[in-house]
Write a protein that binds this ligand. Structure first.
Ligand code: HEM
Length: 173
């Protein structure tokens, strides 16, 4: 009897938790993920400009360059974690694969969110991380700027390709 009561308690609360996730978590995380994209893109562009200027003018790799590098890593990794959570609760991502199976590959919208965006954004964050590590390992300041510039260009290109055009410039309120 007690076991049945415990089972029913968990079943009831699990259903409540799932409802809560569906109703509140998804729109909230989507909005945060959407806004964080702007912070990440702004820092990416700042790092891009500073790295190219530093590379071509052979200037010092300053504390400010390092600070933007740290910010870039922080935003990229936070976006990755948010994206991974979103992936398992968005009706357009993993739940779509569970619902539709391989049919998601035939639907352009579902294919983007369940396969393409995931792969491309993981590659983009990896490029940012590798760029930062390779840049830090350089002996000269010009070398640091140069490596960062090259990897940030690649990461930006992958990000632009991995976000559908109608969502790229979207401000979600
Ligand atoms: C560089 C990192 C990333 C950037 C810049 C980025 C950007 C975006 C943008 C702009 C959107 C559309 C938001 C909107 O509709 O307002 C989005 C949605 C989404 N992203 Fe990312 N993302 C990144 C990483 C990831 C990763 C790593 C994953 C998965 C592991 C992911 C999964 C998703 C999912 C599931 C959606 C929601 C699609 C939907 O339900 O409509 N993202 N992302």
């Amino acid at each position: 009897m007690l076991f049945v009561q415990i089972y029913q308690f968990f079943k009831k609360n699990a259903t409540f938790a799932l409802k809560f996730i569906k109703i509140y978590m998804y729109p909230l995380l989507l909005a945060v993920h959407s806004w964080l994209r702007w912070f990440l893109l702004i820092v990416l562009v700042i790092v891009l400009i500073r790295s190219f200027l530093g590379w071509f003018s052979q200037s010092k790799y300053t504390k400010l360059d390092n600070l933007f590098g740290v910010l870039l890593i922080a935003f990229a990794h936070t976006q990755l974690v948010l994206g991974l959570v979103l992936y398992f609760i968005s009706p357009n991502a993993y739940p779509a694969i569970q619902r539709e199976g391989m049919k998601v590959m035939k639907d352009a919208n579902l294919r983007v969110w369940s396969v393409e965006h995931l792969i491309m954004m993981i590659v983009a964050v990896a490029l940012i991380q590798i760029g930062r590590s390779v840049s830090k390992a350089q002996a000269t300041d010009t070398g640091k700027h140069q490596r960062m510039a090259i990897f940030v260009v690649m990461a930006l290109a992958v990000i632009f390709l991995g976000i559908p055009k109608d969502r790229l410039m979207l401000f979600r309120f």
